[in-house]
Every structure is written in structure tokens, then in C-alpha cells.
Ligand binder design. Structure first.
Ligand SMILES: [Zn+2]
Length: 260
């Protein structure tokens, strides 16, 4: 099974290799003609080519990382792949992160009946808060990625991050995170000699997630245990319900028609 670049176009890829032998049929989702997502697991990455046996992802407890975890684990399970999925979380300024993220992976393990060979133990990092907010919010992820690649704990890190809503959509206000804007095509696959990243949904927005939660009957069980809200403790009953005011709540309601 070879990955067909014709499905996308070279602008979606920044890699050393021009074609990849895959473990099984890739899964494509088209949001529009130009907005496509892909789930795929190459057999080898890097240069020299290294065998892919372990893949990982930062699981935040949000909608996107939960669905991407589900799809990758389902792919491993359904095809009996010799690949282990490693969920990672970090306790950031958002103290609920690991809490919700663990609920998400516990649910997926049970729902798909995954062994620890298929989904490894969920690893949670607790960065020292005295190292400052840049470290806790950004640097720790890069630092741990470097470590995970170096020690060959994973050969690929996946991400489920979606793009912002279309800028001409007047039904939702604009998010300040410009890096998620959907104006230009973003790479799905980054590959250097030592590290590889696959960003499955970076060219599609949250509405594709609604389609997928519906498709896999996860709207009444997985969706409610995910969390998008960035409201403060006093706005959210100590992170037990959404504030319904922050932009992330707005986006959740925009895509799913509900907050919780
Ligand atoms: Zn909120």
C-alpha cells in the first residue's frame, strides 16, 4: 500500500521521502474540495529510513485530539498493526488538561478494547511551574518531543489540531490564534532526518469533527467528556462545566450546536 500524493498535492508535504509504504489503507476525509484530512501510518520514516513501531500524540482532552486518538487506535486495532500508540499530556496553566485527557484515553481504551500493546500507558508530565509560563505552555512540548524521538519511544508524533473557522463566516467571532487560520494550505506531513510529524486535520475546521463524532456514534459518550473551555475556575465551577463565554466555547457551539 503506497500513499498517493495525487490525492492531495505536494503542497501538503514537506518530507525527505516522496512516497511512503503504508501499513494499511489511508483514510481520507474531505470537508470541501480543497479542505482535506488524512489518517495514515507509514511503515518507515526519516533518513536513513527507520521502522515505525511507535507513534505518539499530545492528548489535551479536547475534541480534536480525542477524535484523532480514536481514529489512530481504531486503525491499529482493526488492521492488527504492529504499532503502539503513546498518549502524552502535560499539566499546563490549564489544570484540567491531564484530568480530561485521561478520561478520554480511558474511554477509548475501553470502547475499542485496546491492549497496552496497542495503546501504551498514558504518560503525564508535571512541569515545574517556577520555570515560567513559556516553558509550561510551549517549551516542555518541544523538549519532550526531542527526548521521545531521541530515545526512539516514538518515530512519529501526530496532531489533531484543526484550522480556525473560515474567515468569511460571520456566525463566529475571530480567534486570536492566527497560526490556525485557514487561508493557506498547511503541511500534513513534516519529516526530517530525526523527527516526523503528521497533522491530520490542520486544513479542516471543527465542523469536520462533528461529522466524525456522528459517524462513529461518539456524540453522547466521548464528546461530553472532552473539554474546550478556557474559562477560569470561578466561571466553570472549578472546571466542571463550560463557561459558554470564551472563544473555545464559542467554537465548540459553532461546530456542534452545543457546549457540553
Ligand atoms: Zn469557555
Amino acid at each position: 500500500m503506497k500513499f498517493s500524493m495525487q490525492e492531495f498535492g505536494p503542497e501538503y508535504f514537506e518530507t525527505l521521502n516522496q512516497s511512503w509504504d503504508l501499513y494499511c489503507e489511508p483514510i481520507y476525509y474531505n470537508q470541501t474540495a480543497h479542505r482535506k484530512a488524512a489518517i495514515f501510518i507509514p511503515k518507515k520514516v526519516g533518513k536513513p529510513l527507520r521502522e515505525v513501531t511507535d507513534i505518539g500524540m499530545w492528548v489535551s482532552g479536547g475534541i480534536d485530539s480525542a477524535m484523532t486518538t480514536y481514529l489512530l487506535c481504531k486503525m491499529i486495532k482493526d488492521n492488527n498493526l504492529p504499532v503502539t500508540f503513546h498518549p502524552f499530556s502535560s499539566r499546563r496553566g490549564r489544570p484540567w488538561n491531564p484530568m480530561y485527557a485521561m478520561d478520554v484515553t480511558d474511554f477509548i481504551r475501553e470502547e475499542l478494547d485496546l491492549s497496552y500493546q496497542q495503546m501504551a500507558e498514558h504518560v503525564v508530565y508535571y512541569p515545574d511551574e517556577s520555570l515560567g509560563s513559556d516553558y509550561i505552555e510551549i517549551d516542555i512540548f518541544a523538549e519532550k518531543d526531542t527526548l521521545h524521538f531521541k530515545e526512539n519511544i516514538v518515530q512519529i508524533m501526530y496532531s489533531g489540531v484543526t484550522a480556525n473557522p473560515p474567515i468569511d463566516d460571520k456566525t463566529i467571532s475571530r480567534n486570536k490564534e492566527r497560526t490556525r487560520d485557514d487561508e493557506e494550505i498547511k503541511k500534513l506531513f513534516w519529516e526530517s532526518e530525526t523527527r516526523s510529524f503528521i497533522n491530520c486535520f490542520s486544513n479542516t475546521n471543527k465542523k469536520i469533527m462533528k461529522t466524525l463524532y456522528d459517524k462513529f456514534n461518539l456524540i453522547d459518550n466521548l464528546f461530553p467528556i472532552t473539554r474546550s473551555c478556557e474559562g477560569s475556575d470561578y466561571e466553570t465551577g472549578n472546571y466542571t462545566y463550560p463557561c459558554e463565554k470564551c472563544w473555545w466555547c464559542e467554537e465548540r457551539n459553532w461546530a456542534f450546536g452545543r457546549y457540553g
